[in-house]
Design a protein around this ligand. Structure first.
Ligand SMILES: N[C@@H](CCC(=O)N[C@@H](CS)C(=O)NCC(=O)O)C(=O)O
Length: 206
């Protein structure tokens, strides 16, 4: 059976778990990372020498890197759906996964960690403010890309929606100033209609 290691409050684990739930896969998840530890044990380090979550085991395959996991599961179980077989649609979908990692992740980190995982007296307010400005610019790009589209690569959910959907939940749940983002908010509302998104992504921010 498919095994997943990772704590449920990790955005990278949420990407994998949302995918698993969209695909309806039988699986077992093991708590790991953060207060659960596990990632520094010899057995875990053999699977994932980065000592990070998530990691999956599927038969002989051990795989880490959340976006690689999302792509692998989508390609194995839902080619033509979550994993587009049309190479133009797939390129579009892939592009937004890379964009999340390379453009959104950087500013998201000081804002999320600063506001959720740091006591008020220890916060770096300047870094948070800089992150909020960068996130506004990035989500404005996403908002424009969603003009006339139900999902990021067209009219159905694909793997490209998954990392940005996880980031959007955090962005919209944080108590920060945001620009007007009507296309992005309409897309986000579509995501909230999906039980898999609600069950694995829309969790308390901790
Ligand atoms: N690029 C990796 C990053 C993985 C990562 O940074 N995971 C964090 C949680 S979001 C982690 O393992 N932190 C240490 C821990 O939880 O013990 C991926 O996308 O899977």
């Amino acid at each position: 059976m498919l095994e997943i290691w990772g704590r449920t409050n990790s955005i990278n684990v949420q990407k994998a778990m949302w995918t698993v739930a969209e695909l309806g896969l039988d699986h077992v998840r093991h708590d790991a990372g953060g207060a659960f530890g596990v990632v520094d044990t010899d057995d875990y380090v053999k699977m994932n020498p980065n000592r990070l979550v998530p990691t999956i085991r599927d038969g002989e395959l051990v795989l880490w890197e959340s976006h690689a996991i999302v792509r692998y599961l989508a390609a194995k179980h839902d080619a033509g759906g979550l994993w587009p077989t049309d190479i133009v649609v797939r390129a579009d979908s892939d592009r937004w996964m890379d964009w999340m990692a390379n453009t959104l992740n950087g500013p998201m980190r000081p804002v999320f960690w600063g506001l959720i995982r740091t006591p008020p007296e220890q916060r770096d307010d300047a870094a948070i403010a800089e992150g909020v400005t960068a996130l506004a610019a990035a989500f404005t790009v996403l908002n424009a890309a969603l003009d006339g589209r139900d999902f990021i690569a067209g009219d159905r959910l694909t793997m490209g929606d998954i990392p940005i959907g996880c980031a959007a939940y955090r962005y919209l749940a944080l108590d920060i100033e945001r620009p007007s983002l009507p296309n992005m908010e309409a897309w986000y509302a579509r995501l909230t209609g999906r039980p898999a998104f609600r069950d694995h992504v829309m969790l308390p921010l901790t």
